[in-house]
Design a protein around this ligand. Structure first.
Ligand code: HEC
Ligand code: HEC
Length: 269
């Protein structure tokens, strides 16, 4: 079928031209301009941004995990939750090497992170990352190097079933970032991954962790010194946080009483 010539008159041509201009403009805005202003744009470059805007799965466009030598090699699979395929009894024996820093029951009195009640997949992933050098810490890297994969599973299973610390009640105000986040800065609420709203596999239990440890990790993520978080999830958030927000969220989580759990045996008065 041919288009009758009289249909391609002035107004129609104008409309078609306007449509073409509109198409080009929206492609430029949607695929280039908007992705370019995102803070993590520099990570993958232009082509990556275009692919992400178009919704191409990350593994097709830019296999970040394999090109980033610092990226974790642990994939969050359901098999790592629960007991992570570990043996609690054997884990308890292995954990005797850890008590001098992490406490006899996985709760540390110093600024070392608590392990008691930590999700098994978190303990597993962090130990594997230390072992492979994706998370840097001289002591923990040296210790993890001596552990086999099964040892790590056993330790993860052991610590997951220890009771979590229940710090004394403290009236610390809830920072806005915890439950609301800040959409303008592309910061999701902490509680949407770390529990409260939702618990995403691999996101550590933070409540009751030492304040100095939490603040230290957030600063390390912000500075890119810690980079074992999958897809830079925590680096992207911490970079957007002001120093006082790092302080406030760390203080909040450190002081938090576990919901539904009474503070641990208070000294009799
Ligand atoms: C000499 C002290 C020391 C000993 C012993 C030790 N740790 Fe640690 N551990 C630390 C410190 C300090 C950190 C925090 C390191 C950092 O900033 O990355 C840590 C971090 C960790 C983390 C990461 C926790 C988190 O929330 O991300 C895990 C898991 C862990 N240790 C497990 C173990 C296990 C299992 C053992 C025994 C095999 C052990 N550690 C022995 C000092 C120690
Ligand atoms: C989109 C999910 C997500 C959001 C939102 C999020 N986190 Fe995280 N966070 C993670 C994951 C996943 C890890 C573990 C990274 C890794 O594998 O090493 C983590 C790790 C951490 C750690 C290190 C804990 C440890 O023991 O190693 C701290 C501290 C932390 N987040 C604080 C926060 C704070 C504060 C906020 C809110 C401002 C927040 N996170 C928002 C997913 C999230």
């Amino acid at each position: 079928m041919t288009v009758p010539p009289k249909l391609l008159t002035g107004p129609v041509r104008l409309a078609l031209a306007a449509l073409a201009v509109l198409l080009v403009l929206s492609v430029l805005v949607g695929f280039l301009w908007l992705p370019m202003v995102k803070p993590d744009f520099a990570q993958g470059g232009l082509w990556d941004a275009i692919c992400r805007a178009a919704g191409v799965p990350a593994s097709w466009s830019a296999p970040l995990a394999s090109t980033d030598a610092g990226a974790s090699r642990v994939a969050m699979v359901p098999a790592l939750t629960g007991s992570a395929g570990g043996d609690v009894g054997k884990g308890g024996t292995l954990a005797q090497r850890c008590t001098m820093c992490h406490g006899a029951r996985g709760v540390s009195a110093s600024d070392v992170p608590n392990l008691a009640g930590q999700y098994s997949e978190v303990t597993y992933k962090q130990l594997v990352d230390y072992k492979n050098g994706q998370r840097r810490h001289t002591l923990m890297q040296a210790l993890a190097q001596g552990l086999e994969d099964q040892d790590i599973r056993d330790l993860a299973a052991f610590y997951a079933q220890l009771p979590r610390p229940s710090p004394a009640l403290a009236a610390t105000p809830v920072p806005a970032l915890v439950n609301v986040g800040d959409p303008m800065r592309n910061v999701a609420p902490c509680a949407s991954c770390h529990g409260g709203i939702d618990q995403k596999p691999g996101s550590p239990w933070l409540e009751g962790m030492p304040h100095a440890y939490l603040a230290g990790q957030l600063k390390a993520f912000a500075a890119g010194e810690r980079r074992n978080d999958g897809h830079g999830v925590m680096r992207n958030i911490a970079r957007q946080m002001k120093p006082e927000e790092i302080e406030a969220t760390a203080r909040y989580y450190a002081s938090r009483t576990i919901e539904g759990v009474r503070p641990a045996a208070e000294p009799a008065r």
